[in-house]
Design a protein around this ligand. Structure first.
Ligand code: PMV
Length: 344
């Protein structure tokens, strides 16, 4: 009974956003993201002798400390994945997990956390059943999705789409797929994502609640059709290296996500004055230079600044001199585009 598996999985940042669900963790619209090479979760799952008669028995250790508060979410995840994996019911799962970013950085850890956990379960299943899991990564993506939608995109590196769309061959609502590198202008694989930490607090609105507000949202139909169009446009921008089109789609998506939050019932606003100050400065800077910093937002106040590697010197000068004053304790996370999870 010494089975264990360890994976390190990164976070991702969506370019076209997933906001709204249907069925069991299926997306109301397709989305596409950059996988990061920072903001990672490292998770080890070990199997021990089960002591209780409950369906599942877990013990979670977060950053070296027992964390029973996480058990509910893990049990929900195991229940949702019961058709994918049978072995978890026969063992106690000891889950040791830690992040490479501070827990209170305002950075969502569900994508990196749930993808790392799903990958561990796939590896353990292979160990126990003694044969290769067919389509290992696809199974991990399906399982990760059942933990947190955006997590299904973190099992692959580079550019990853999730959700059926006619322009993305092989795309599905059930799992994510990495874009073929011949469909992507090489510059995009060298992009930076500088995450400007405007607010390091806990999430104000859970993404579960946020997604559910789309069910009765007055603009939902229009939103889903815009997301579909933006998936087509971004595919074109990525293929041709059209940075102006890339900028237009990515920024429109970020603002639309927040416009949806501001117009749902109940409405809410996650941007803070410093979020807007940063966005305005980035837009002014772009007008004054021929450079291409692009802003995007998650469901929070932090700003992700995306830009091509060859512009990094000038843009880092700008970040240091103009933007860090708007960040909590002048903090930011510097990431580039990552190659995806690794097994340790
Ligand atoms: O995966 P969830 O349920 O935490 O939802 C993530 C939603 C956004 O981050 C706002 C957008 C996205 O596509 O990642």
């Amino acid at each position: 009974m010494s089975n264990s598996a360890t994976w390190e999985s990164p976070s991702n940042i969506a370019l076209v956003k997933y906001w709204g669900k249907k069925g069991i963790q299926l997306p109301a619209n397709p989305s596409i993201s950059f996988t990061l090479n920072e903001a990672k979760t490292r998770t080890k799952v070990s199997l021990a002798k089960k002591q209780s008669k409950d369906d599942y028995e877990v013990s979670v250790i977060f950053e070296g400390v027992e964390a029973p508060a996480f058990e509910g979410k893990i049990l929900q995840f195991l229940n949702r994945t019961h058709q994918l994996f049978t072995f978890p019911k026969a063992h106690k799962l000891i889950i040791e997990t830690s992040n490479t970013f501070p827990h209170s950085s305002g950075i969502a850890s569900s994508a990196s956390g749930m993808s790392a956990l799903a990958l561990c379960l796939c590896s353990l299943e292979e160990q126990i059943e003694g044969n290769k899991t067919l389509q290992f990564m696809r199974k991990a993506s399906i399982a990760a999705r059942l933990g947190s939608g955006s997590a299904c995109r973190s099992v692959y590196g580079g550019l990853v789409s999730w959700g059926a769309h006619k322009d993305y061959p092989g795309s599905s609502d059930d799992f994510a797929t990495a874009l073929d590198s011949n469909q992507v202008y090489k510059e995009f694989y060298d992009f930076y994502d500088v995450i400007l930490l405007v607010d390091k607090g806990e999430k104000q609105v859970s993404s579960t609640l946020g997604h559910s507000l789309l069910d009765k949202h007055p603009f939902a139909k229009a939103r889903f059709s815009e997301a579909d169009k933006n998936m087509a446009l971004i595919k074109d921008a990525l293929k041709t290296g059209n940075l102006n089109l890339f900028t237009k789609v990515v920024e429109a998506e970020a603002l639309m996500l927040h416009a949806l939050m501001m117009t749902s019932d109940p409405y809410f606003m996650l941007m803070l004055p410093n979020t807007l100050a940063i966005i305005q400065k980035v837009w002014d800077f772009r007008k004054q230079t021929s450079l291409h910093p692009v802003i995007t937002l998650d469901a929070g106040a932090n700003v992700h600044l995306l830009f091509p590697a060859q512009e990094n010197e000038a843009i880092f000068d700008f970040v240091n001199s103009e933007l860090l004053i708007h960040c909590a304790e002048k903090q930011y996370i510097c990431s580039t585009i990552g190659k995806g999870p690794v097994q340790l």
